[in-house]
Design a binder for this molecule. Structure first.
Ligand code: BYC
Length: 474
């Protein structure tokens, strides 16, 4: 499972033995590099960055840390080891050997899942393109570039599957992944959250906390796939994804810590007083949280979805931790609660579990996200002001699914459209909030120094000190 870096495209899939595939990917490679140069992280070509590079796909011990010139970074194709005897573990084909080739009748659906997953990866790089100019520290700048190169590699992961298993239309789709652009009105990225801007580092940490966590749940579901190459690809991607969520989680913890330090020092939680100290007040953090949480809720799709039912029953996309669930893995007779608005209230009704798989995954995600938010609240508890950060209700500010038509406040009350609009500025970031957060975003690149609004991390990367020179400007 060691990765061969002597090849033009580093890989652990014995690419050299397949001339046609090698040629196709070698044609895609310069186009990828052109995309990276045009729309990837700004002004990075000549930087030396202390990066983690995958050297093996075996769990524990797959990474090497060293300075890498960004222009020399080697993207490649890495799949987790094959599990002999692996089976399709759910749906109509449960118990059959996992597929090593695409089942012809499921080709279009499988391609669509891979394209949707693949599209998010370059999108996030595009969204984060400008952030290097306003980094709060060298440590954070290095983490941003680590996320960016790995999202680039996740694009490689999906482009490989398209090239290797879908022939001509796979090649066309891999090409289209390099052509859509986040936020472009003519040719946008596929999913809503990936067309939203990430204009500042608070948004970046919220994104890596909330939206990368959707990545975890979707990748875990795809890692259950009966199509073994997709499963193995996603299993390796998950090892990288964990680090992206760590960046979101620790970044948000450090922001909350800094705010709480200022609350203790000023003996006040008044937003204007705190803003004058150069920290982000809790009310502003709550509004950003409401936005990022609700945008991420939409990424799970409609509450009731025949697509999701088909993906499951045909063995293409499972549930989170499918094999640990104790049921029939067919879901033919089960049901699952979903919400609808009735008589001006949200009420739970039952839908067939097979059709409610998006809702089930959304609920699994919410438990995980809430556990992270409760860790921030433990920091707030220590300053004894009784405030809390809280995930809004899952029906708040929805754009996808039947709840998109409802006006629901963050506590889950159905309100009139007028009342919702009248309160928008209490619930979601305002232009003034964004301007204030933007005003904090100065560039801090002196080793060991941090911007006013974020505490230093508890420890550095790979046992290096916090004041290590994580990025060298040459
Ligand atoms: N925005 O039947 P429905 C990550 C579309 S993040 C816009 O409910 P389905 C990462 C839908 O496409 C993980 N459109 O959908 C994180 C469909 O359109 P068509 C990404 C949306 O298929 C950070 C229509 O609405 N991976 O890795 O059940 C950084 C009907 O919808 C949205 C995946 O998502 C939306 N939010 O479920 C980097 C996994 N939602 O066909 C990376 C692969 C739905 O009628 N994707 N629509 O034109 C899937 O499993 C499914 O496509 C979805 C949607 C769960 C996304």
């Amino acid at each position: 499972m060691n990765i061969d870096y002597n090849e033009r495209i580093p890989n652990n899939v014995d690419l050299a033995s397949n001339r046609t595939l090698t040629r196709a990917l070698e044609q895609w490679q310069p186009q990828f590099l052109r995309w990276w140069g045009e729309i990837g992280p700004l002004d990075t070509r000549e930087l030396d960055v202390y990066l983690r590079t995958a050297v093996s796909a075996v769990p524990n011990g797959w990474a090497n840390y060293d300075y890498v010139k960004m222009r020399d970074y080697r993207w490649g194709i890495f799949l987790a080891p094959m599990e002999p005897e692996r089976k399709v573990n759910f749906g109509a084909h449960k118990g059959e050997p996992a597929w090593q080739e695409v089942p012809g009748e499921y080709r279009a659906n499988l391609r669509r899942l891979i394209v949707t997953q693949g599209d998010t990866e370059p999108a996030s790089v595009e969204q984060q393109r400008h952030l290097g100019r306003t980094c709060p520290s060298l440590y954070d700048l290095r983490n941003l570039y680590q996320v960016n190169v790995e999202e680039g590699r996740h694009l490689w992961a999906m482009a490989y599957l398209l090239h290797a298993f879908f022939g001509r239309d796979g090649r066309d789709e891999a090409q289209a992944l390099l052509e859509r652009r986040s936020g472009d009105s003519d040719n946008p990225r596929i999913l809503g959250a990936f067309n939203e801007p990430t204009p500042d580092w608070l948004s970046f940490f919220m994104f890596t906390f909330f939206t990368d966590r959707d990545g975890k749940y979707q990748l875990c579901s795809l890692a259950e796939s009966g199509f073994d190459p997709l499963s193995r690809t996603c299993r390796f991607m998950l090892t990288e994804e964990a680090h992206h969520m760590f960046i979101g989680e620790s970044g948000m913890t450090r922001i909350v810590q800094r705010t709480c330090d200022a609350i203790a020092a000023c003996d006040s939680d008044d937003p204007a007083t705190l803003r004058a100290q150069g920290v982000i007040d809790l009310a502003t953090l709550q509004r950003y949280l409401n936005l990022h949480f609700s945008v991420t809720m939409d990424l799970f799709g409609s509450d009731v979805s025949s697509n999701a039912a088909t993906f499951y029953s045909t063995g293409l996309k499972g549930r989170f931790e499918e094999t640990k669930i104790d049921d029939d893995h067919a879901l033919t007779d089960a049901d699952y609660p979903i919400l609808e608005v009735r008589d001006g209230r949200l009420v739970a009704t039952k839908a067939p579990a097979l059709n409610a798989l998006n809702e089930k995954l959304r609920d699994d995600y919410i438990c995980d996200a809430n556990a992270g938010i409760s860790r921030w609240n433990r920091i707030i508890d220590k300053v004894g002001i009784g405030a809390r950060l809280k995930a809004p209700h899952k029906a708040f500010n929805r754009r996808i699914g039947p709840l998109a038509g409802a006006s629901v406040d963050p506590d889950g009350n159905v309100v009139s459209a007028e009342a919702w609009e009248a309160n928008r500025d209490c619930w979601l970031p305002t232009a003034a909030d964004r301007a204030f957060v933007a005003s904090l975003m100065g560039r801090v690149v002196e080793p060991g120094k941090f911007a006013s609004w974020i505490a230093p991390p508890a420890r550095g990367v790979n046992l290096r000190p916090v004041d290590f020179e994580y990025v060298r400007f040459g």
